[in-house]
Design a protein around this ligand. Structure first.
Ligand code: BTN
Length: 317
């Protein structure tokens, strides 16, 4: 099915019969596949009497371009379709392939935090994962997920000037709509040899829902009205990650704390924090040098570490 998308990639109108001839299919079979692609969120316009064309030229991931950008990696693996880039990095680590960047055009079992699914339609967004060696003990994990959020924030900021911000621990939002999610999984023992598997999803050129997504979401395309170049966005993200991860590893999260807080959307807001079967309400004080969230409660400020905690806004007044 994706072959049709590749044939339409130039943005020109292609007749059903020509597409059929290229792929050895009937016009009816082409029509059925076009419908399926449309259901997956790919905007294909039917031009009466002429054929089909993409609403905007396709923007595929260019692995050769990214290999030149991803200098800190031994290789970049690009998959047309994969279960999950995080799952693939874990498989690679088990085989001893450590410094790889895995990118996918589509994920069939994209994973979100707290066991949720991450919608990952074809050729629309960014789905990538990498393994980050944790060589300096547990302290190196402090604030790690916040640092990744900051790298995504800095990458998107030139595209989205207003309302873009961070929600603890590592969601990137535009107002109250999520534009990026980060999943960090640990492999090994932080006290010994360990990897943080860092998975990043950014909604770039997705325009429509392809499956039910529980929380409000948005994309660069929806916010700006313009498709963004996913290759340049990944290149910028890699540069930001490289710089910030080195800073965090060498000097700790403390040096990035002020920058993170400046981008935090919920500073000073009243929130409800849930974990296990508990819910606690308090006013957000910011984060400490370990990246823990400070909440002002009746008996003073208490700090909470990430993991399975979720935070939502309460009415401020
Ligand atoms: C969240 O729930 O906010 C985290 C979403 C993380 C999604 C990314 S997409 C690339 C990587 N592969 C996955 O299966 N998940 C992460």
């Amino acid at each position: 099915m994706q072959e049709i998308y590749r044939l339409l990639a130039d943005g020109e109108t292609h007749s059903g019969s020509k597409l059929g001839a290229r792929l050895g299919l009937s016009r009816a079979a082409i029509w059925k596949r076009v419908k399926k692609l449309q259901e997956q969120g790919i905007e294909i316009i039917t031009v009466p009497g002429k054929g089909y064309r993409l609403a905007r030229p396709a923007n595929f991931i260019d692995v050769e371009f990214l290999r030149k950008q991803a200098t800190g990696f031994e290789d970049v693996h690009l998959h047309e379709k994969i279960d999950s880039t995080n799952a693939e990095i874990k498989r690679l680590i088990k085989q001893g392939c450590l410094r790889r960047l895995v990118i996918a055009e589509e994920q069939t079992a994209g994973m979100g935090r707290r066991g949720r699914r991450w919608a990952s339609p074809y050729a629309a967004n960014v789905y990538l994962s990498l393994a980050w060696p944790v060589t300096r003990g547990v302290a190196q994990l402090e604030g790690l997920s916040l640092v990744i959020g900051l790298a995504v924030y800095r990458t998107l900021k030139p595209h989205l000037s207003h309302e873009l911000g961070l929600k603890w621990p590592n969601d990137v939002l535009v107002g109250d709509r999520k534009i990026s999610g980060i999943l960090i999984e640990l492999m090994g023992d932080p006290a010994d040899s360990c990897f943080a598997v860092i998975g990043i999803g950014i909604n770039v050129n997705q325009a429509v829902d392809v499956e039910e997504i529980a929380n409000p979401w948005t994309s660069v395309l929806l916010e700006t009205g313009q498709a963004a170049d996913r290759n340049q966005l990944i290149a910028d993200l890699l540069a930001n990650l490289d710089f910030l991860l080195e800073q965090q590893a060498n000097q700790g999260f403390a040096v990035l704390r002020e920058d993170w807080q400046a981008a935090h959307l919920w500073q000073g807001r009243k929130v409800a924090l849930s974990f296990a079967d508990k819910e606690i309400e308090g006013v957000v004080q910011g984060v400490n040098n370990k990246g823990e969230l400070g909440l002002l409660l009746d008996d003073g400020v208490r700090y909470f570490a990430g993991g399975e905690i979720s935070v939502r806004l309460r009415n401020d007044c």
